[in-house]
Design a protein around this ligand. Structure first.
Ligand SMILES: Nc1ncnc2c1ncn2[C@@H]1O[C@H](COP(=O)(O)OP(=O)(O)OP(=O)(O)O)[C@@H](O)[C@H]1O
Ligand SMILES: CC(C)(CO)[C@@H](O)C(=O)[O-]
Length: 280
């Protein structure tokens, strides 16, 4: 039997953020607030002569993942990787970061690399920044909670709290993160819209995120329609950054969002990436 390691990383919904440019990938990232969610990516890793990645989403298979391949290359290992997720990719659930974190967590055990959790996160963060697939998702998903990141990168001061209430989300389709992160105009509008404080609770997170989304000019017409329905029902809601989707909190959120697609009920994650098992 081939030796394999399986690990999981939670995803992350970013509510508001501002890019911070550093001298290299380690000090480049974002400040902002988001929610680490109990759904994410499970990665199964086995040694191989050359690296290959299969991305499985609800039974559909796609090949290749540049950030995951890059992170394994930089470690000097080659592996056959299968990532599996239930949430849609590119919809603002931070799944690229979760895929890299889960894969590196598994590879660390599989190849006995002796990396600390910090080393794993630092390498995952570098892969995300280099590929423009995320700025703050790895920093968030290295542990759980509603997070407020006060600096860029994985060593920044991060405030976390752990509400019991769920968050609801609906996805209207993908929005490639790199297309927004590569636009200087979008980055300038985002910086001007940034609310310079941390959320006090989950409702406050939704309200601050909404103010940011509106002022940033990032909201697509489809997302605006869902937000208008949430407003009419008094449901605090905003856009999943960076995806074509909406998250909302409160008891009526599920009912309002169900008019627009399949509603995901997401709990706040209690922890970051972890090894599930080694076989044999
Ligand atoms: N589940 C996954 N497994 C492996 N690679 C992934 C996965 N999700 C995303 N990626 C990689 O990240 C790249 C960019 O994804 P993108 O940033 O659009 O998705 P995302 O991380 O789900 O979305 P977001 O960052 O908006 O939350 C994809 O082309 C793919 O290479
Ligand atoms: C840039 C981003 C919104 C992409 O998901 C996220 O990484 C963040 O909050 O920095």
């Amino acid at each position: 039997m081939v030796r394999t390691a399986v690990a999981f990383s939670p995803g992350h919904i970013s509510g508001y953020f501002k890019r911070v440019e550093g001298s290299g990938p380690g000090s480049t990232g974002s400040v902002g607030a988001g929610v680490v969610i109990d759904e994410g990516v499970r990665s199964t890793v086995a040694p191989a002569a050359a690296t290959s990645v299969r991305v499985v989403w609800r039974g559909r298979v796609a090949a290749g993942s540049p950030p995951v391949e890059y992170a394994l290359d930089r470690l000097g290992v080659a592996a056959r990787v299968t990532t599996e997720c239930r949430l849609p990719i590119g919809a603002g659930f931070g799944l690229s970061a979760a895929a890299v974190l889960a894969t590196l967590t598994a590879a660390n055990h599989l190849f006995d690399l002796g990396l600390s959790a910090d080393d794993v996160a630092a390498r995952a963060h570098e892969a995300e920044v280099v590929h423009r697939t995320g700025l703050g998702d790895v920093a968030a998903s290295q542990a759980g909670g509603v997070v407020c990141r006060m600096g860029p990168g994985i060593h920044a001061e991060i405030i976390r709290f752990y509400p019991e209430e769920p968050l609801y989300a609906v996805s209207l389709g993908p929005l490639p993160t790199a297309s927004v992160l590569s636009s200087p105009e979008a980055m300038a509008r985002i910086a001007a819209a940034y609310p310079d404080r941390c959320p006090g609770d989950l409702t406050d997170f939704c309200l601050l995120s909404r103010r940011f989304a509106q002022a940033s000019g990032l909201i697509a017409p489809g997302v605006q329609r869902v937000l208008a329905a949430c407003d009419a029902a008094g449901v605090p809601a905003s856009m999943t950054m960076l995806g074509n989707g909406v998250f909302a909190c409160g008891d009526a959120a599920d009912r309002v969002l169900s008019g627009f697609g399949e509603v995901e009920r997401l709990n706040v994650a209690r922890r970051g990436a972890y090894l599930i098992e080694m076989k044999p």
